[in-house]
Structures are given as structure tokens and as C-alpha cells.
Design a protein around this ligand. Structure first.
Ligand SMILES: Nc1nc2c(c(=O)[nH]1)N[C@H]1C(S)=C(S)[C@@H](COP(=O)(O)OP(=O)(O)OC[C@H]3O[C@@H](n4cnc5c(N)ncnc54)[C@H](O)[C@@H]3O)O[C@H]1N2
Ligand code: MOO
Length: 487
């Protein structure tokens, strides 16, 4: 993230309206008008630090401690006493999971993206045999070396994939390819470009070392077990199975991987006004969340079992919640108190237990987390994450509640925290945490415009979401930045 030579500077210079104009002065305020959660509207032209935007705030915010103050702000079962703080809500989502989902043994393609449920152990020494690291000759003892006579097992040329148990006598050499198993008695490999072959007067081939340095014992040999020994742990439990992990597991002799089962997620997209394709208009809005959420949730370990649109109907929603076989049901919309916002009622009617009912975060404050009652024929708890309908607010719900919950179920370690300096003052909400789409050029986090709860334009360009504590922070303050998945 950030740090390296990037094009962000050029991009922001070319399109200044992309930068949040309340923070970075410049032209384009109209197009880039920032979403302002707070009353006094900033007055243009006033120097910074005079009330134009909040610059106060701790010099370095304390890292969020998700384990902190559990219990505060929550009441009895099914009735959290009010919105939780942002870090507290994340902690609640994390601890909603008692243990990760059970281990399964899966072939490589199915294990990709899951977390190892046990350390990955080598089933072999690696390399499994002494191997030539170069094309050339395997030699025995000091040179020059005689090539031949013919070897009894026809191993006059040792190619990769072919071993030989015929020892190489002292003072002799045999051609060898990179990756081939060395014959017993070989003491080094002479590279092809360093070898000169001449015939002696009896017609026998003699190999000379024309390389600059003396050929010391072991040169260009990869000894058996150089990388690992049989039974050695290669990767700890909890490691994400990446393409590189698949390669290592294959090299180490594995055919199946022991990983935590990934949580299944059923995504229920609520809203009669939503369109699946074509142009919005006449009161209809394109559904932006069906394309956005599945890959985002997958990046945190989810397996999307279904994406379904549910009309604004209490009965339909209640039945969908009752029956879903998924480990986690994610809903979008219907969290607020509008005339067709049925989520709370549906949850009450199915007997769900609310763990989080509102979070002091902007956008996204009506987000919620609940435990759904068991479904017949299915073991294990079911959870529900209720995301607000406004798209950026829904993303705030993902990073606050869905991500810790899914990662805990999938057996991943906690999300890594990045602390990045604010390049400019980052505006905050007076009392709530604020999640702000930012780019991360070398100079630090720069907030993007078009950051309103119903907008995705800032997020689509963002390299992260800055976690801005209440009141905002001054330039130079280090803030936590959450990753925005790339794919
Ligand atoms: N009286 C109040 N009204 C609202 C409050 C409040 O505190 N008091 N909070 C506002 C905030 S903040 C949010 S966020 C929303 C949350 O609303 P819901 O979760 O009930 O969502 P909906 O009402 O269903 O939709 C809100 C908005 O988002 C659009 N939407 C919904 N789904 C999608 C989708 N898949 N793709 C694109 N856009 C979507 C929907 O059309 C609405 O425009 O409530 C505020 N109101
Ligand atoms: O907080 Mo709402 O969740 O701003 O869009």
C-alpha cells in the first residue's frame, strides 16, 4: 500500500476535483463538493485551523483495541442498549465467533483463499535429493576429469527426472542438467560455460575447469533438505492459501490441504426500487451492491452461496431469514425506520438476538449484527449482518461488522492494521468515527471527494478507508487505514 513510486500525484494534479475540496483548497469545489455530516458549512477562503475543518485531535490515535470495554454500551440479550462505538462494534463481531468453522481436507483449487487449519508440514525433504543447480557436468574430486567410459546404467547424460545410483569415481565427470539428481560421489557441478573438453592422445575426453575461481566442494549443488526436512512445519495455522502457498504445498509433496471451511454467505438485497440492468430513472435506482459485495466478502473468506433480491415485504424477508442455510446472511437496506424498512421487525419475529444495533460511525450508523435461530438439519450458529442501503454506508458495514465476523469464522488472523500519516487534515464527525475514502501517495493519506453515503465515486478510486476518530485529525497524525480489496 502506498509508499512506492505512484501515479497518485499526477492523477490528483490532473483531476483536482477528486481531492476532497473542504480539506485541500483549490478549484473544483462544485464538482467535488464533500459530504459534510456536520453543520457549520465550511466558509471558502478561510485559512485552515480557524474552524474551516476540524484539526484538533490526538497526535497519534491509540490503536483500536477490539477487546476493550466489552459490555459497555450493550444491554441484555437481544437488546443492545444503544449504538456501540466503532472499535467496540468490531470487537463484538469478532467475539461473536466462538471458534472458527471446522477443518476440511480440500484439493488445491478448492483450498485457494481459505486459511490453513493446521500448520503446513513438508511431506518430504526439499529438495528430495541432491540436485544440480546448473547445466554442466557433475564432477568427482579435483580436475581435470575424465568423461566416460560409458556408465553401466546408460546414465552418460543425467537429465532432470532421471537419477542414477551408479557412483561417480574420483577424477571423472558426467554431463548433467539443471534439476537432475546427482550421482553418488559427485562433489560439485562445473557449469557448462566454465568447462573445456579436449581429447587426450588415447582419444578419451578430458574436462578442464576454465572458470576463474577454483571449483570448491559443493559448488552448484542443492543438497537434499536445503529448504526443509520431512515433517518440518513450513507455514503456521491461519495462513491464507495464496497461489504461492499452493506452489509450496505441491513442491513439498502435498495433494490435499487442511483448511477451515469457509463461511457460506447468502446475500439478500432488499428494495423494490432496485434495477438489475439499464438506466436508472422514474424513481428506480441501479442495484450497486450485488456487483460490489460478493467479491468484497470473498476477500475476507466468504463463499457466496446465493445472491437474492427480496421485495419490500415483511413476510418474504422473515421467511428468507428463517430458512437460509448459510452461515452468514448479509442483507442490504431496510435497516432504518422508513415505511418499508422491515429488518428489525423481521428479526424480532424470527427470534433473532441482536448483538449490535447501530454503530457510532459515519457513514453506516444503522448497521446491525444478530444471531439467527438454528435451522433444522443444519449445525452451528447462523449470523446476520444488516448493511444499510446507501452503498458507501453498506461498505462501512462490511469493514466494521462483516469483515471481523467472516475472518473469525474462516480462521484468519485479525486484519493487519496500517497506520498512515494524514497528508492534510482529515475531517471527522463531532461524536462518531468516520470512514473516509483516501488515496495514499507518498506524502500520506489524502481524502477523496464524492464521499457521501450514497456515493461510490470516491471509493472506486480509493486505496483505503481512513478511520478518522471523532473530531477529525490534524495533518501529520497517524490514522488506521483499512484496505479496499483490489479484486
Ligand atoms: N429518519 C431517518 N432516516 C434515515 C436515517 C435516520 O437516521 N433517520 N438514516 C439514514 C441513513 S444514514 C441511512 S444509511 C439509510 C439507511 O437506510 P436503510 O438501510 O433502511 O436503506 P434503504 O432505506 O433501503 O435505502 C437507502 C438508500 O439506499 C438505496 N439503496 C438501497 N439498496 C441499494 C442497492 N443495492 N444499490 C444502490 N442503492 C441502494 C436506496 O434506494 C435508498 O436510496 O437511511 C437514512 N434514512
Ligand atoms: O450513516 Mo448513513 O449510514 O450515512 O448513510
Amino acid at each position: 500500500m502506498g509508499g512506492e513510486e505512484s501515479t497518485d500525484g499526477d492523477l490528483l494534479d490532473a483531476y483536482p476535483f477528486l481531492v476532497r475540496t473542504a480539506v485541500v483548497s483549490g478549484a473544483g469545489a462544485a464538482e467535488g463538493a464533500p459530504f459534510d455530516y456536520t453543520a457549520p458549512i465550511p466558509e471558502p477562503g478561510r485559512p485552515s485551523g480557524t474552524g474551516r475543518h476540524p484539526t484538533a485531535g490526538p497526535a497519534t490515535p491509540a490503536p483500536y483495541d477490539y477487546a476493550a470495554d466489552e459490555g459497555a454500551g450493550a444491554g441484555a440479550k437481544g437488546s443492545p442498549s444503544g449504538p456501540l462505538g466503532w472499535a467496540q462494534a468490531r470487537g463484538r463481531a469478532l467475539r461473536a465467533v466462538v471458534r472458527p468453522l471446522p477443518p476440511v481436507r480440500l484439493p488445491f483449487a478448492d483450498a485457494l483463499g481459505a486459511a490453513l487449519a493446521a500448520p503446513l508440514e513438508a511431506l518430504t525433504d526439499l529438495p528430495a535429493f541432491d540436485t544440480s543447480a546448473m547445466d554442466g557436468w557433475a564432477v568427482s574430486g579435483p580436475g581435470p576429469w575424465r568423461i566416460g567410459p560409458a556408465r553401466p546404467d546408460n546414465s552418460d547424460q543425467l537429465l532432470a527426472g532421471r537419477g542414477s545410483t551408479v557412483p561417480l569415481p574420483d577424477g571423472t565427470a558426467v554431463r548433467i542438467a539443471t534439476g537432475a539428481q546427482l550421482p553418488p560421489g559427485a562433489t560439485a557441478v562445473l557449469r557448462r560455460e566454465d568447462g573445456g573438453v579436449r581429447r587426450d592422445r588415447n582419444g578419451a575426453e578430458l574436462l578442464h575447469d576454465r572458470g576463474g575461481n577454483p571449483l570448491e566442494q559443493g559448488r552448484d549443488i542443492r543438497p537434499r533438505g536445503q529448504e526443509c526436512r520431512t515433517g518440518e512445519p513450513l507455514l503456521p495455522q491461519g495462513t491464507t492459501v495464496t497461489p504461492a502457498v499452493l506452489g509450496l504445498a505441491a513442491a513439498a509433496g502435498c495433494d490435499l490441504l487442511t483448511v477451515h471451511r469457509r463461511p457460506t454467505v447468502e446475500l439478500l438485497v432488499l428494495g423494490d426500487e432496485l434495477l438489475d440492468s439499464g438506466l436508472p430513472g422514474a424513481g428506480r435506482t441501479r442495484d450497486a451492491l450485488s456487483p460490489l459485495l460478493p467479491p468484497w466478502l470473498r476477500a475476507h473468506g466468504a463463499r457466496i452461496s446465493a445472491v437474492r433480491r427480496v421485495g419490500d415485504d415483511l413476510g418474504l424477508l422473515r421467511d428468507a431469514l428463517r430458512r437460509s442455510p448459510a452461515d452468514v446472511v448479509v442483507t442490504t437496506g431496510g435497516t432504518a425506520a422508513g415505511p418499508v424498512d422491515y429488518l428489525h421487525r423481521a428479526l424480532a419475529e424470527v427470534g433473532a438476538e441482536l448483538l449490535v444495533d447501530g454503530v457510532r460511525v459515519r457513514p453506516g450508523h444503522p448497521m446491525l449484527l444478530a444471531v439467527l435461530p438454528p435451522v433444522e438439519g443444519r449445525d452451528g450458529p447462523r449470523h446476520l449482518v444488516g448493511l444499510p442501503g446507501n452503498p458507501l454506508a453498506a461498505v462501512a458495514g462490511v469493514v466494521t461488522l462483516a469483515e471481523p465476523l467472516l475472518r473469525a469464522l474462516a480462521g484468519f488472523p485479525r486484519t493487519a492494521t496500517y497506520l498512515v500519516e494524514a497528508a492534510v487534515p482529515l475531517p471527522g464527525h463531532p461524536t462518531d468515527t468516520r470512514l473516509l475514502p483516501v488515496v495514499l501517495p507518498e506524502r500520506g493519506a489524502v481524502p477523496l471527494a464524492f464521499d457521501g453515503p450514497a456515493m461510490l465515486r470516491g471509493l472506486a478510486l480509493a486505496e483505503g478507508l481512513a478511520v478518522v476518530p471523532p473530531g477529525g485529525v490534524a495533518a501529520g497524525t497517524r490514522v488506521e487505514v483499512l484496505e479496499v480489496p483490489a479484486g
